[in-house]
Design a protein around this ligand. Sequence first.
Ligand SMILES: *[C@@H]1O[C@H](CO)[C@@H](O)[C@H](O)[C@H]1NC(C)=O
Ligand SMILES: *[C@@H]1O[C@H](CO)[C@@H](O)[C@H](O)[C@H]1NC(C)=O
Ligand SMILES: *[C@@H]1O[C@H](CO)[C@@H](O)[C@H](O)[C@H]1NC(C)=O
Ligand SMILES: *[C@@H]1O[C@H](CO)[C@@H](O)[C@H](O)[C@H]1NC(C)=O
Length: 507
Amino acid sequence: MSAYIVGALVPIVFTLLLRSSKNVKKRGVPVDVGGEPGYAIRNSRFPSPVETAWEGISTLAELFEQACKQHHDKRLLGTRKLISREVQVTEDGRSFEKVHLGDYEWLTYGKAFEAVCNFASGLVQLGHKKEERVAIFADTREEWFIALQACFRRNVTVVTIYASLGEEALCHSLNETEVTTVICANKELKKLVNISGQLDTVKRVICMDDEIPTSASGRWTITSFADVERMGCENPVVADLPLSADVAVIMYTSGSTGLPKGVMMTHGNVLATVSAVMTIVPGLGSKDVYLAYLPLAHILELAAENLIPAVGGVIGYGAPLTLTDTSSKIKAGTKGDATVLSPTVMAAVPAILDRVREGVRKKVDAKGGLSKKLFDLAYARRLSAINGSWAGAWGLEKLLWNFLVFKKVRAILGGRIRFLLSGGAPLSADTQRFINICLGAPIGQGYGLTETCAGATFSEVDDTSVGRVGSPLPCSFVKMCVSEPMCSQSFIFSCSPLSLIDWPEGG
Ligand SMILES: *[C@@H]1O[C@H](CO)[C@@H](O)[C@H](O)[C@H]1NC(C)=O
Ligand SMILES: *[C@@H]1O[C@H](CO)[C@@H](O)[C@H](O)[C@H]1NC(C)=O
Ligand SMILES: *[C@@H]1O[C@H](CO)[C@@H](O)[C@H](O)[C@H]1NC(C)=O
Ligand SMILES: *[C@@H]1O[C@H](CO)[C@@H](O)[C@H](O)[C@H]1NC(C)=O
């Protein structure tokens, strides 16, 4: 019983706190940056852009090392054990791969750091010179993260390439950056083999999987990821740490128009975004569990996976097609990533949230009858409560609806989500509301470009409005370009979604 009383008191205290601060809230204020007028910053707490949230830390390599020292024996990286894999063929001849995945197997911060140092030394043993670039070309997984951090420790710039990129774009990216070492998985290695004749600079391939396709040998040496770690372990090399202004990654965009473009990001650039997000997501800390499944070749995910260790959190790997119990690659009757991990924080792109929403709606409609009536009633009640402010979003009635209705929806993503981060494309207002209400968690919506290192704007956690991307991130000044002659076509394109942000009064 007492848990219920505490449960009821907490929201009331929250309500009071929120009410008292509500009247003074300004989202985005004008700032004088010298030169042209018209710039805005988030608020007066951040008169100049945040560069780092951690004293004495100026690169991602230092940030990771510090985290590993502080949380040595705590869990950091988790990957699910593969129990079985099978191919199911439907009546019309299409085949689907289904997997049965087990529990997470964990690496502590200490062990992860060891793996990173070993891999970094192994790169040297393989003959990779530090001024040469490494490309990572694979789906998001633990080895991706380890390879990234290892390169950072050697001041080696990492070229990131979407695993789904076509042959021409792949050739172009590897050639333009003169990559000598490619780190990939089995699947991507097959793609590389196909174009090996055109890859003049690649000398080595490191394969994340142990079984290496036999057809792959030829112009380059192929070494397994585990062997590189082993070589490094036997021949340790001291770190060669980068400076803040050194280029950490060259990120190839997905290439929606023509060939993909490589965006250079320094350690300082990414650290600023990571620091800014850290200062505005409430209560990020060592209790947080992050489900990592978006492409690490996207800056949103890359920033998130550098942030989580810095706060002492846990990263569990998953994949878009194995996310929930009903995801298409999950074998019937077995569990999806979110169910097994129970994350507290997730990043998502709108397409995924739209899918969750559709899934819930379909389930509710299929059930019909009393369940549907109850759901619709609960939804309507929550909608009108939330419409004013988050203040109305707390209280006893919320607890009741959560218990009766929304608990089941929350369970789809593991039942513990407390914050969702959405980026990559505009999130529809309807979906934002729906997910807000059903999960009972705020969605931070961000807007930015690869070229701006993700962070341009980010909504505030107490902002209950929808269809906006918030005010400038504390690492950015934002200026809207309105005078046409000054805007090239591409600039108009890139700044038009900014009309969604809250603009300072009179701005
Ligand atoms: C890191 O590498 C870059 C490119 O090779 C080089 O210009 C820079 O001086 C290096 N930084 C340090 C601290 O050695
Ligand atoms: C690779 O780049 C070189 C110049 O750096 C260029 O001459 C060559 O055509 C490029 N090859 C491909 C396959 O893009
Ligand atoms: C390799 O190239 C052939 C012919 O261009 C194509 O049919 C095949 O799908 C390619 N394989 C991979 C793994 O991309
Ligand atoms: C939400 O508030 C707006 C204006 O404040 C109002 O027009 C709208 O009807 C409200 N919606 C609900 C569901 O209460």
